[in-house]
Every structure is written in structure tokens, then in C-alpha cells.
Design a protein around this ligand. Structure first.
Ligand code: CCH
Length: 308
């Protein structure tokens, strides 16, 4: 193995990180993009950067920012995330002290908070791969057309349990599916730039009908007539719109072990926020080993660089 250029990279200071966080806040409002916010796609970027983790081999995870390389970025599951990376590129240019891997994960934490979600503990110090040797293989991210067994297969590999799977899935309160990215179409809730527990409430309306899209994909749809009344954040939307669920979302109410967590989170937003905060923080730390000072220890199979 050829030695890459040694990298000496110091974890940014608190005030440096606050500057970056502010730059992310300033960038979220994007009137021309989707539902007017870059937030949802930034959350998905962080999740897909971390969700490649495999605990058995200790490979993948958010360290390295491997999605910059075609080997990982070109995974069909990552279609569309180039928009998220492009949103963040000016911030990376302006604040070169932060690594991509730190920026992508920090941006999601800032976005969740700005969109009305919980505070999430975040720790910096991730390094960026300098080539694609240690980039995880494609195919480690979930496929929305599948069911509960598939969800368990994917998330148990990362080290999550059933409760954590359901809590993480609450991120589908945000954003939408794009026919030119995943091939699915539409949003889960009527106000997809506001972080809340509405996704679980919608799952439990139990009136989801299977719909086959022109491209052959199957998803579930529901036309919500009285959403304006139900929106507790008081931000009513104009028109009743067709909402959607992926087959993997519907699996959460069909599976007897997942379903009680959906019911709990639908009823108790505060518990959902608490559990989401913990599980998202855990997601962003997968595969990252730290010394007693909190500095990341890069292992042979994780990274080329080192810290001095
Ligand atoms: Fe997801 N997600 N996700 N998801 N996801 C999609 C969009 C978002 C699955 C499939 C899809 C999580 C779990 C799963 C977000 C966060 C999380 C899309 C549409 C599909 C398909 C992509 C497109 O077309 O643009 C599946 C399957 C699972 C299995 O569990 C988890 C976990 C998280 C975060 C914690 C967010 C946010 C979006 C919206 C992105 C956007 O661009 O609006």
C-alpha cells in the first residue's frame, strides 16, 4: 500500500464550528429548491454518509466522506445527493479548516434543529479519505421497495435495534421522494420542512392504498383532506395533497415489534425528539473510534491520514 501524503488535521475550535453552523443556517432557505429548504436533503446526505457502516468488518460510516468518490457517490441509493454536496461546497471553500466528513454531519444536525427538531450531540474530528481505497462497497443502504426483514438486515448490520430503526425513520417527516432520483414520488407529510412527529401520525391513519407508478415502482398513497386542522405547528397548507409512504415505511406499522414504537412516537412528540436525538448522534459516530481526548483514532482499515 502506498503511503498517502500524511495529513495533520486539527479538530476545529468551538468558535470556528459556530461560524460553520451559522453559514449552514444562512444557506437553508432556498426558495427555488424543492419545498424551499435545503434542510431535508442535507439530513439525507449525513444519513447516507454514515449508513454504510458495517459493525462486523468495522468499515463504512461518516468518517472519510467517501461519497465524493464515484465508487460510493455513484451508488444508485445516493442519486440526488450531489445537490446536498453542492449546497455545502461554498461553505467548505470559505472554511477550509472543516473536513467534508465533519461538514456533512454537522450540517444535518444544524438543519434538524433549524427545522424545529431536537438538539443533537455532534462531535468533530472526522478526516477525509484521500483516495477511494477505503470507500465502502455499494448496496449497503436500504431499498424502499422492501419490507421489515430487509430493514432489520440493513440496520442490525449497523448495530441498531428495532426501536432505533423506528426512531430514525422519523426523519421521513422531512423532504420528499423525487421521480428522477429514487423513482418514488411525493412527500410523507404536508409540511416537509418542519421537523415533527407527523410522519408517525400519518402512518397510523391506516388508509394507505397501494399505487403503481408509471415507472413500475409501487408506493402507498393517501389524500389527506383535513391536514390544515391537524397541523399542530399552525402552518396550514393550502391544498389537500396526495401524501406517500414507501413499502419500508408501511412495514413499520405491519411489523408487530416496530408498530408499538410508531404508536408511542405518534402520541409523544417529546419522547420521539429525545429518541431521535440519541439515535441520530449514534448514527453519526458509527465506526468512529476516539481516544480519551475525543480525537479520532484512524484505524488501518479506515483511513490513510494520521493525527499528530
Ligand atoms: Fe430516507 N428516503 N430512507 N431516511 N430520507 C428518501 C428520502 C429521505 C429510505 C428511502 C428513502 C432514512 C431511512 C430510509 C431521509 C432521511 C432518512 C427517499 C427519496 C427514499 C427512497 C429519495 C429521493 O427520491 O430523493 C429507506 C428505504 C429507509 C429505510 O429505513 C433514515 C434513517 C433517514 C435519516 C435519519 C430524508 C431527510 C429524505 C428526504 C430527502 C430530500 O431530498 O427531500
Amino acid at each position: 500500500r502506498s503511503m498517502a501524503q500524511p495529513q495533520v488535521h486539527d479538530t476545529p475550535s468551538k468558535s470556528q464550528l459556530e461560524q460553520v453552523a451559522q453559514a449552514v443556517r444562512d444557506l437553508l432557505h432556498q426558495p427555488e429548491y424543492d419545498d424551499g429548504s435545503a434542510g431535508p436533503v442535507l439530513v439525507r446526505l449525513a444519513w447516507h454518509s454514515a449508513g454504510t457502516y458495517c459493525s462486523a468488518t468495522n468499515t463504512g460510516g461518516s468518517n472519510g466522506a467517501g461519497m465524493r468518490y464515484e465508487k460510493e457517490g455513484g451508488d444508485e441509493a445516493n442519486a440526488g445527493l450531489q445537490h446536498a454536496r453542492a449546497f455545502l461546497e461554498p461553505i467548505k471553500k470559505r472554511f477550509p479548516f472543516i473536513t467534508y466528513a465533519d461538514l456533512w454531519t454537522l450540517a444535518a444536525v444544524v438543519a434538524v434543529k433549524e427545522m424545529g427538531g431536537p438538539s443533537i450531540k455532534w462531535r468533530g474530528g472526522r478526516t477525509d479519505f484521500t483516495d477511494d481505497n477505503k470507500v465502502p462497497p455499494r448496496g449497503r443502504l436500504p431499498d424502499g421497495s422492501k419490507g421489515a426483514d430487509h430493514l432489520r438486515h440493513i440496520f442490525y448490520r449497523m448495530g441498531f435495534n428495532d426501536q432505533e430503526i423506528v426512531a430514525l425513520s422519523g426523519a421521513h417527516n422531512l423532504g420528499r421522494c423525487h421521480s428522477d432520483r429514487s423513482g418514488f414520488e411525493g412527500k410523507w407529510v404536508n409540511n416537509p420542512t418542519r421537523f415533527s412527529n407527523t410522519y408517525y401520525k400519518m402512518l397510523l391513519v391506516n388508509d394507505w392504498k397501494k399505487k403503481k407508478l408509471d415507472n413500475g415502482k409501487e408506493q402507498f398513497v393517501y389524500v389527506d383532506e383535513d391536514l390544515a386542522e391537524e397541523n399542530e405547528d399552525g402552518e396550514a397548507s393550502e391544498e389537500p395533497e396526495e401524501l406517500m409512504m414507501l413499502p419500508t415505511d408501511i412495514a413499520l406499522i405491519q411489523d408487530l415489534s416496530f408498530r408499538p414504537w410508531v404508536e408511542l412516537y405518534a402520541e409523544h412528540k417529546d419522547i420521539f425528539f429525545d429518541h431521535f436525538s440519541k439515535v441520530f448522534a449514534k448514527l453519526l459516530e458509527l465506526g468512529i473510534r476516539r481516544d480519551k481526548n475525543g480525537n479520532i483514532v484512524n484505524e488501518e482499515n479506515q483511513h490513510d491520514g494520521y493525527k499528530s
